[in-house]
Design a protein around this ligand. Structure first.
Ligand code: F6P
Length: 550
């Protein structure tokens, strides 16, 4: 019912608009020294701390956001999500990534079928494959054990496992130390060509990861990999059985490609591509860090699922992060958001999030199919914070663009090394430097000049405006468990924002047209004239043809 009332006509929305207007005249430094406010805007749950006290909001605004969330039905939307209702309305299906993290003894009925046994059967198949590869029972065509695994996938079939493999590099168990995991995604062949030159066919295993098993980027890389294998050993059936695993929702397409059933890991249409890290798409992660660590990641995500579904909105970490996101993007009209981990292991977390957030919430039509009247997902980018300080922080500090930031850091690091070694002390110092920089940057972004001793004589080019809002997320440490919780935090944040905006975060129709036109363009490049193209495209095609033909 309430969905039919435009957001802008809701009392709670109007209240927040008024607050946002008033906030335009408030500088963050005016809010910075209120300890009570700080306490009210700092939240801890399990191994994670969420500090939103450097955001341009106060307690009444946060209460207003919570009220708005309740009015637009966020609690029931969360319930619909985790219970498997068809929240993806344009494709008529649930979005049940949380079911992939459910413990074995739980039940979740979707269309009269309990999905939990299927999830655990698939995990069992992963476990068996991981164990055979780690124990060197899985052999290549020549009888040699596998030394290299190449994940071929793109988007959600690449970014999540790639990010997690980098993040958990310190969690490789003894039995996996001889295994090297590689990732290939780009359609142009650069990665696959470079990589194949360094590998040996008889000890290399490819995982073809594709929810749809139709993505041309992935299938063309897989084709190149297969041709490379066939050059070393011409028997396709033998080669595919020993060197190719498929992960998809489409068993018939994997079979048509030649992958035997024993090498197929299945997942389900109700898992969105960018939410699929927890399914068989996570196989490279399990191969890298072992199945036990992969399951720790699932456990951490499940912890966050419970936080999300059980806690009241006002104390619910993903809900709060999402509400702050909406406050910034929609009410304060901040259209850029930067994610800044102060831990090199999280280097690829921002690019993972750029798909998660922008492919999900980069929408301008609401769930009724009408244009939205408010701005939705900001442009999201990021980089390891200390490196970004030497690259784009200049714009954050002195540019003309308002930007909101998420600072992310583990509190403890390098705890496993011998306390007496010099290397340990040096690394500890480096971690402290990272933390110092993290806190320094969010402080300067908040206060600007007020964080230093500049005075009226300081020239403008040395001045800092400040007033750039940020959130700080601290993990006790970065482990498989806390990484799982962190990723699930952002998955649910995305959902919260979509509910407030009344958009569907689980489809991605915006990427379809480009694929169709690329097909036509391939035909044109192959020499088929297409007069219906625009002048610019026709001219570029002609130049390419001229240069190609010499
Ligand atoms: O084109 C976008 C997209 O469909 C993403 O949503 C998805 O993660 C990616 O392509 C890869 O898709 P698939 O796993 O089906 O190959």
């Amino acid at each position: 019912m309430i969905d039919k009332i435009p957001r802008s006509e809701l009392t709670e929305w109007c209240y927040l608009q008024g607050k946002a207007k008033a906030m335009q005249h408030t500088h963050l430094r005016d809010l910075a020294h209120d300890h009570e406010r700080n306490q009210a805007l700092t939240f801890r749950s399990g191994p994670m701390l969420l500090d939103i006290s450097k955001q341009k909001l106060d307690v009444p605004i946060l209460k207003g956001l919570v009220k708005l969330a309740e009015t637009v039905g966020l609690p029931s939307a969360i319930n619909a999500l985790v219970k498997g209702e068809a929240v993806n309305n344009t494709e008529g299906r649930p979005a049940l990534h949380s079911a992939l993290r459910l413990p074995k003894d739980q039940t979740l009925m979707v269309d009269g079928i309990d999905v939990v046994p299927d999830v655990h059967d698939s995990l069992e198949k992963m476990r068996s494959i991981v164990s055979r590869i780690h124990s060197r029972q899985w052999r290549g065509f020549s009888g040699r054990a596998i030394t290299d695994v190449v994940n071929i996938g793109v988007g959600g079939s690449d970014l999540g496992p790639f990010m997690a493999c980098q993040a958990l590099n310190e969690f490789v168990p003894e039995e996996a130390t001889r295994l090297h995991i590689h990732f290939v995604s780009s359609i142009d062949g650069t990665q696959v060509a470079d990589l194949l030159g360094t590998l040996r066919p008889e000890t290399t295993l490819f995982i073809i990861s594709s929810k749809s098993f139709t993505t041309i980027d992935t299938l063309s890389n897989a084709h190149t990999a297969l041709q490379w294998m066939l050059k070393a050993m011409g028997d396709k059936e033998l080669v595919v059985a020993h060197h190719f695993i498929g992960v998809s929702t489409k068993p018939e397409k994997m079979s048509a490609w030649g992958i035997p059933e024993a090498n197929q890991i299945l997942f389900w249409e109700w898992v969105g591509g960018r939410f699929s890290l927890w399914s068989g798409i996570g196989l490279p992660v399990a191969l890298k860090v072992g199945m036990a660590n992969f399951e720790q990641m699932l456990a951490g995500a499940h912890f966050m699922d419970k936080e999300f579904s059980d806690k009241p909105i006002a104390q619910n970490l993903p809900a709060l992060l999402g509400l702050v996101g909406v406050w910034n993007a929609t009410f304060l009209d901040i259209r850029a958001h930067s994610v800044l981990p102060y831990d090199g292991r999280l280097k690829y977390f921002p690019s993972y999030l750029s798909q998660l957030e922008m492919e999900s919430n980069g929408k301008s039509v609401d769930k009724q199919g009408l244009p939205v009247e408010h701005s939705t997902c900001p442009v999201l980018w990021g980089e390891v914070g200390p490196n970004a300080q030497h690259a784009f922080y200049q714009l954050l500090h002195q540019g003309t663009q308002p930007v909101s930031c998420d600072f992310i850091a583990p509190i403890k690091r390098y705890t496993g090394l011998s306390h007496n070694s010099e290397a340990y002390k040096s690394l500890q110092t480096q971690h402290q430097l990272a933390l110092a920089n993290c806190l320094a940057q969010s402080r300067v972004l908040m206060l600007g000049d007020a964080s230093t001793d500049s005075d009226a004589n300081t020239p403008n080019f040395k001045r800092y405006r400040g007033n750039q809002p940020s959130t700080t997320i601290l993990l006790d440490e970065l482990t498989p468990y806390t990484l799982g919780a962190l990723v699930a935090l952002y998955e649910h944040k995305v959902f919260v924002m979509s509910v407030l905006w009344d958009i569907n975060p689980f489809d991605q129709w915006g990427v379809e047209l480009g694929k169709k036109i690329a097909d036509k363009m391939s035909q044109a490049l192959a020499g088929q004239h297409n007069p219906s193209f625009d002048a610019s495209t026709l001219n570029l095609l002609k130049i390419i043809a001229d240069v190609t033909q010499g």
